[in-house]
Write a protein that binds this ligand. Structure first.
Ligand code: N01
Length: 559
């Protein structure tokens, strides 16, 4: 832990919102929130506004969540910075005051932003750092959640809100010999705070997802040689990162009221101009300039502002997929490497398309070698490096950019137990069962922010998070106003939501592709689409209607 983090921890140990504690009893709160990233910070602010006593439990030594842990070289957001922040719903003042330096902010700047928000909103005093939740059990008799920490202490609360992020449980494949490597091993999602010295080193990077696409160009600049082990190539779109122009930033600030509203009602939480049209209704000559314009603009415009049916129409998707393959072949000098980097086994956007800033160019360097880990899989990790069926690559460091046990990994790791001892992982053994992705039957007063079956990762995250948090806070406010103590979805409401979620998923091309969105990256994980793909705006409307009907679908009862 850094000295800065130690200081933070000491300061935070004095929580301000006075818990009710008797001798030998657990500290009692109205609400416990797990996680101090974007979600946990806004949830804390919202519940404090309602006058609740709240404790945030954060396993890290500081705020930031994703941005606290993911400190690998090149880490930055893939949503444009001006939309990757809290809206005026958190604070108009912060929105006005904060200025981003780049089109896509890098990790240190996003972390600084979250620390700024934390201090500005005076949130730190209710956050307990280095507090890893190991158990959370619902006691129906007391209508309370008892929460146990790794240090043996316990706390309890009426409401338990998980704000643990979608990508917080790292996944390191169980290669034989993984623990025998004599050099340095790093997972991008748990990067050392003091950094990793890769200068002049021989480095193996395993994985080619959005993380590796950011890390490879930066590591290649320092390392003696980099071997990239690619199992599946992706459709990487140019990010075209650049310093943020002051006049552009000023215009966005002036337009924020409209832009946020547009983002909230959009498909993916971004205020882009989406034209309802299919690529197949245009001739190749008509499509080309549309593709070229989006390619030149950079960012998710390629997926969101060209044609609107890529996820439901394979023929339409084929046109954009072929366009991107052509661009990749153009950018990479060695034709064989370019061909290896061109994805052919899945349609565009059925895996999360990474944004690249120098990824393809990195393969034009003499010190970067692409290896086909699909054709020649990694067989084992040895004390010297990585061994495939054909060769052993002797390296000084291995970087695992191998992703996460997304969306359920961290939740299951917290030991959540509901009514009658029901464990969350048992209830969801065949896949998540939720009502709106926010609640699940058998777990009264448990609320999940950006959980499975809500838009979550299918959205620019802050927009999805604000909607989730405001809905949960609205429900708690409603319960207090009506002297209701217990909220739990009715079986029928939950069944209907799961069915709707599955129907929407089945109407898309997404289930065909092996992706972490489908749970396919973790052996044994139920294969289902984890995020809700019906759109951020439509989801918001559904949730609003539920609230307007007195939280229809939830059984709300006095304690
Ligand atoms: O993880 P991934 P990630 N042998 O799961 C490979 C978000 N994000 O950390 O595709 C060999 O996408 C695996 O291969 P394959 C974003 O939502 C956001 O890169 O399964 N290879 C794949 O190439 C993103 O989608 C930002 O065949 C193995 C890679 O490891 C999500 O995080 C920035 C393997 C894992 O890719 C996750 O991205 C970065 C094996 N045994 C990331 N096992 C922002 O913008 C796995 N792989 C904020």
């Amino acid at each position: 832990m850094t000295s800065e983090n130690q200081a933070t921890t000491a300061a935070s140990s004095q929580a301000s919102t006075a818990p009710r504690t008797g001798q030998g009893q657990a500290a009692e709160f109205d609400a416990i929130i797990v996680g101090a990233g974007f979600s946990g910070l806004y949830m804390l602010h919202s519940l404090r506004e309602l006058g609740l006593s709240v404790r945030v439990l954060e396993r890290g030594g500081g705020v930031g969540g994703t941005w606290y842990w993911n400190r690998y070289p090149g880490a930055r957001c893939d949503s444009e910075s001006v939309y990757y922040m809290f809206s005026d719903h958190m604070s108009r003042e912060i929105l006005d005051e904060w200025n981003w330096s780049e089109r896509y902010a890098a990790q240190p700047e996003i972390l600084r932003y979250l620390e700024f928000v934390t201090d500005k909103m005076d949130l730190r005093r209710d956050i307990q750092f280095n507090a890893k939740v190991t158990a959370a059990a619902y006691d129906a008799g007391r209508n309370r959640w008892d929460v146990g920490l790794a240090d043996g202490s316990t706390l309890s609360a009426r409401f338990l809100v998980t704000a643990v992020g979608c990508l917080s449980a790292t996944n390191t494949p169980k290669f034989p010999g993984v623990d025998t490597f004599a050099g340095d091993s790093y997972h991008t999602g748990a990067w050392p705070h003091e950094g990793a010295d890769l200068a002049g080193k021989r480095v193996a990077i395993i994985g080619t997802g959005a993380t590796a696409v950011q890390a490879v160009p930066e590591i290649a600049k320092q390392a003696a040689h980099v071997w990239v082990f690619q199992r599946t190539p992706n459709y990487d779109i140019p990010g075209r990162n650049k310093p943020l122009q002051a006049d552009y930033a000023a215009k966005v600030k002036a337009d924020y009221p409209d832009l946020w509203q547009k983002a909230r009602l959009s498909g993916f939480g971004l205020p882009y101009e989406v034209e309802e049209r299919s690529a197949v209704d245009f001739s190749p000559e008509e499509r080309q300039p549309i593709f070229e314009a989006a390619w030149a603009k950079g960012g998710f415009y390629m997926g969101l502002e060209t044609f609107s049916d890529y996820l439901v129409n394979k023929d339409s998707n084929d046109t954009v997929s072929e366009f991107i393959r052509g661009k990749i072949r153009e950018m990479v000098k060695d034709p064989a490497t370019g061909e290896m980097l061109a994805p052919k086994d899945h349609p565009f956007f059925t895996k999360r398309p990474p944004l690249e800033n120098g990824y393809y160019e990195a393969f034009n360097r003499d010190n970067v070698t692409l290896l086909d880990a699909r054709a020649v899989p990694i067989e084992e990790i040895t004390p010297r490096g990585v061994r495939t069926a054909e060769d052993e690559y002797e390296v000084d460091a291995i970087v695992y950019a191998t992703g996460f046990d997304a969306m359920t990994g961290t939740l299951f790791g917290m030991g959540i137990t509901g009514r009658d001892g029901l464990r969350l992982q048992d209830k969801w053994a065949d896949g998540p069962q939720t009502y709106l992705g926010l609640t699940t039957r058998g777990f009264p007063n448990l609320f999940v922010i950006t959980g499975p079956q809500s838009p979550s990762v299918m959205s620019n995250m802050p927009v999805a998070i604000e909607q989730n948090v405001e809905w949960i806070a609205g429900l708690i406010q409603y319960m207090r106003a009506h002297d209701l103590d217990v909220a739990e979805p009715a079986q029928e409401a939950e069944d209907n939501w799961v069915e709707h979620h599955n129907q929407v998923a089945a109407a898309t091309l997404l289930p065909e592709t092996d992706s972490w969105w489908m749970g396919a990256n973790i052996p044994g994980k139920p294969r289902t689409l984890y995020p809700y793909v019906g759109g951020v705006g439509p989801f918001r409307v559904i949730c609003q209607e539920v609230a307007e009907k007195g939280y229809e679908g939830l059984m709300l009862t006095p304690g």
